[in-house]
Design a protein around this ligand. Structure first.
Ligand code: ASP
Length: 333
């Protein structure tokens, strides 16, 4: 895998491989020293043009747990505020020769665009309302860890689907893994055209009781130029998932940040059916797996120098994936 730009680039085998790899990293999180040498000598640049709590912290942790050097760049407080373009910013930072760039921007397609301006592996950490592939992967990982398989799973995605990059990636990933997906919300936020993705579209919560998983989405105000619902109160009255609407057999998910009292009632956020914190934990593991995969297939001019001879557990950096130590060896820090 050279870059991770879209879930569309991954077939079922590739998603399973990433989840397996993530699972193999799970025990690192339980160690007193949570580090393995897999990406020693590599540099990962986190380039964030939009705010982020979970994604940014987990990419940073993921890179550090793999012993990569990490540079964090936030557009606010940088020369972007002096008018520097995306291209100039990327080319400037690429001059430091990072091996991977993790990028979040408000612009659909930006992560793909920057592959033209640098040799680094590019990981899309959210491009406008287009895609958020690592979120979808961590959601698949979370469900696999809980249920074993997603085949035949009935998932309802409820809320502001129109503006959600999470929904776009998630629908693709869930379907690839054998689940069926229903999208539900007000017509203004769940356009009928989304049925082309092969999902059912519903404008009420009738039938929600048949879902195995209820995946809720935040109202993405930052991408709204107009009012899409009469009021948040009215929206909550019709679509909020609370203890009354969530069946005992159902699992609850949300990508965060949650607006308590709007798309979710506080009691279900903290309740036993909530997988929200499992999703956060899975984020680090899945992002470790993604960084490992994109850097494992990377050789050429941006490759790191060979590790010292005495280092038996670090990856051989420039010969493609075959030259990396097997996962079991990567874990011996
Ligand atoms: N954290 C997710 C995203 O960046 C979902 C959200 O913001 O509502 O798209």
């Amino acid at each position: 895998m050279r870059h991770l730009l879209s879930i569309d680039d991954l077939d079922r085998a590739a998603i399973e491989q990433l989840c397996d790899r993530a699972e193999s990293f799970a025990e690192v999180a339980d160690r007193p020293i949570k580090k393995v040498p897999a990406l020693r000598g590599r540099t990962v640049l986190n380039l964030f043009y939009e705010s982020s709590t979970r994604t940014r912290s987990s990419f940073e942790l993921a890179a550090k747990r793999l012993s990569a050097d990490v540079v964090n760049f936030a557009a606010s407080g940088s020369s972007v505020e002096k008018g520097e373009s995306l291209r100039d910013t990327v080319q400037t930072l690429a001059a430091h020769r990072p091996h991977a760039i993790v990028i979040r921007t408000p612009w659909a397609g930006a992560s793909k665009l920057i592959t033209r301006w640098t040799d680094a592996a590019i990981v899309n950490a959210g491009d406008g309302q287009n895609e958020h592939p690592t979120q979808a992967l961590l959601d698949v990982y979370t469900l696999r860890a809980r249920l074993g398989s997603l085949d035949g799973l009935n998932v309802w995605i409820v809320g502001d689907v129109r503006h959600s990059r999470v929904a776009r990636s998630l629908v693709l990933a869930l379907q690839t893994m054998g689940a069926t997906v229903t999208l539900s919300g007000p017509p203004t936020l769940v356009p009928q055209e989304l049925a082309v993705l092969g999902c059912q579209v519903r404008y009420t919560l009738d039938g929600l009781a048949d879902a195995d998983v209820v995946y809720t989405l935040r109202m993405q105000h930052e991408r709204m130029q107009q009012a899409y619902v009469p009021s948040l109160r009215e929206y909550a009255a019709t679509y909020q998932i609370d203890a009354r609407r969530l069946g005992r057999h159902q699992l609850l998910m949300h990508p965060g940040p949650v607006n308590r009292g709007v798309e979710l009632a506080g009691d279900v956020v903290d309740g036993p059916q909530s997988l929200i914190l499992d999703q956060v934990r899975a984020g680090v593991l899945v992002r470790m797996a993604v960084l490992y995969e994109v850097l494992a297939s990377r050789g050429g001019p941006t490759a790191a120098p060979d590790p010292p001879a005495e280092s038996s557990s670090g990856p051989a950096p420039s010969g493609g994936s075959d030259s990396f130590a097997p996962t079991s060896e990567l874990h011996s820090a």
